[in-house]
Design a protein around this ligand. Structure first.
Ligand code: NAD
Length: 296
C-alpha cells in the first residue's frame, strides 16, 4: 500500500537554481561581483568526476564563474596546498571545494582545513563546524547535504520542529553530525545512531523524522518507519539487478523505498531526492559567499 507523498528533490532543486540565477544577475548588476566557484579534483576516480562535472554544469547554469582544477593522482600535498593558497587569495573565487575522497597519500584534514573559512562552501572548516554547532547559522557555511535535507523537512513540517523526534542513522562529519545540529536548532529532539547502536529498528520506529545516511543498500526496512514519518534517504548505493536476463547497475538508497511507502508520510526517492538538493545548496553557499564579499 503506497500512502507516502514523494518528496521531489529534483523539482525543488530546479526551482532553487532559478532563484539563485536571478539573484546572481541582480548581484552582478548591483555590485559587479560574479560568484566564483573553484572545484579541485585530484586523480581519476570515476564517481568523483561525475560529481565534479555536475557541479560545474550547475554553477554555469546559475551564471557563476566556474573553474575546475584537475591534478594528477600522484600530486604532492604541497602542490595541492599551494593551489588552495592561490585560490584563497583569488578575489574572483568565492567558494573552494576539494572533491573527496583524496588519494590515500594526501592528508584530507590538513587540505580541507587549509581553505579559508570565508570560502569554505562545503562547511568543513572547524570554524564553520563550530558556528553551526553553536547555532550561529548566519555567519557560517552549513554542509550542503544536511542543508538540502533540512529544506525538504521544513517543506513538510515547517521551520519549528518542537515536540518531534528526529532519528539520524549515521554519524559522519559530512552528513550525520551537521544534520543533528540543524534539527536541534529547529527544536527537534534528536537521536544519532551509528554502527554500534543497539536495537536500531526500535529506535528508528520512534522517529517522526528519519534520516538515513549510512551507505548500505535498503538497510532501513518498511517496518522501521513510524506511520506518517518524514523519511530522508541520503544513501547512494550502486547495486546490480537482473532485468530481463541482463545485469544492470541501479542506484538505491539506504531505505527500502517500496517497503517504506506504506508507512511513511513523505519520503525522498533515490535518485532524485537528496542528491540534486546537495548540488544546489553548494550554489546557494557560493552565492552567499559572494554576497558577503560584495558587502565587505
Ligand atoms: P560515512 O561512511 O562517513 O558514514 C556512515 C555512517 O553510517 C557511520 O557513522 C557509521 O557509524 C554508520 N553505519 C555504518 N554501518 C551501520 C549500521 N550497520 N548501522 C547503523 N549505522 C551504521 O558515510 P557518509 O559520508 O555520511 O555517507 C553516507 C551515505 O550517504 C553514503 O551512501 C553516501 O554515498 C551518501 N551521501 C549522499 C550524498 C548526497 O548528496 N545524496 C552526500 C553525502 C553522502
Amino acid at each position: 500500500m503506497a500512502n507516502a507523498s514523494i518528496i521531489d528533490g529534483k523539482a525543488k532543486a530546479a526551482e532553487l537554481s532559478e532563484e539563485i540565477s536571478a539573484k546572481t544577475s541582480e548581484l552582478l548588476e548591483r555590485t559587479g561581483v560574479k560568484p566564483g566557484l573553484a572545484v579541485v579534483i585530484v586523480g581519476e576516480d570515476p564517481a568523483s568526476q561525475v560529481y565534479v562535472r555536475n557541479k560545474k554544469r550547475t554553477a554555469e547554469a546559475c551564471g557563476f564563474h566556474s573553474v575546475q582544477h584537475t591534478l594528477a593522482e600522484e600530486s604532492s600535498q604541497d602542490a595541492v596546498l599551494s593551489l588552495i593558497n592561490d585560490l584563497n587569495n583569488d578575489a574572483a573565487i568565492h567558494g573552494i571545494l576539494v572533491q573527496l575522497p583524496l588519494p590515500s597519500h594526501l592528508d584530507e584534514l590538513t587540505i580541507t582545513q587549509s581553505i579559508v573559512p570565508e570560502k569554505d562552501v562545503d562547511g568543513f572548516h572547524f570554524k564553520n563546524i563550530g558556528m553551526l554547532t553553536a547555532g550561529h547559522l548566519d555567519g557560517a557555511f552549513v554542509p550542503c547535504t544536511p542543508a538540502g535535507c533540512m529544506l525538504m523537512i521544513e517543506d513538510h513540517l515547517g521551520k519549528d520542529l518542537s515536540g518531534l523526534n528526529a532519528v539520524i542513522i549515521g554519524r559522519s562529519n559530512i552528513v550525520g553530525k551537521p544534520m543533528a545540529s540543524l534539527l536541534l536548532k529547529a527544536n527537534a529532539t534528536v537521536t544519532i545512531c551509528h554502527s554500534r547502536t543497539k536495537n536500531l529498528p526500535d529506535v528508528a520506529r520512534n522517529a517522526d523524522i528519519l534520516v538515513a545516511a549510512v551507505g548500505r543498500p535498503k538497510m532501513v526496512g518498511g517496518d522501521w518507519v513510524k506511520p506518517g514519518a518524514v523519511v530522508i534517504d541520503v544513501g547512494i548505493n550502486r547495486i546490480q539487478v537482473e532485468v530481463e536476463g541482463e545485469t544492470k547497475n541501479k542506484l538505491v538508497g539506504d531505505v527500502d523505498f517500496e517497503a517504506a511507502l506504506g508507512n511513511a508520510g513523505a519520503i525522498t526517492p533515490v535518485p532524485g531526492g537528496v542528491g540534486p538538493m546537495t548540488i544546489v545548496m553548494l550554489m546557494a553557499n557560493t552565492l552567499q559567499s559572494a554576497e558577503r564579499a560584495a558587502a565587505r
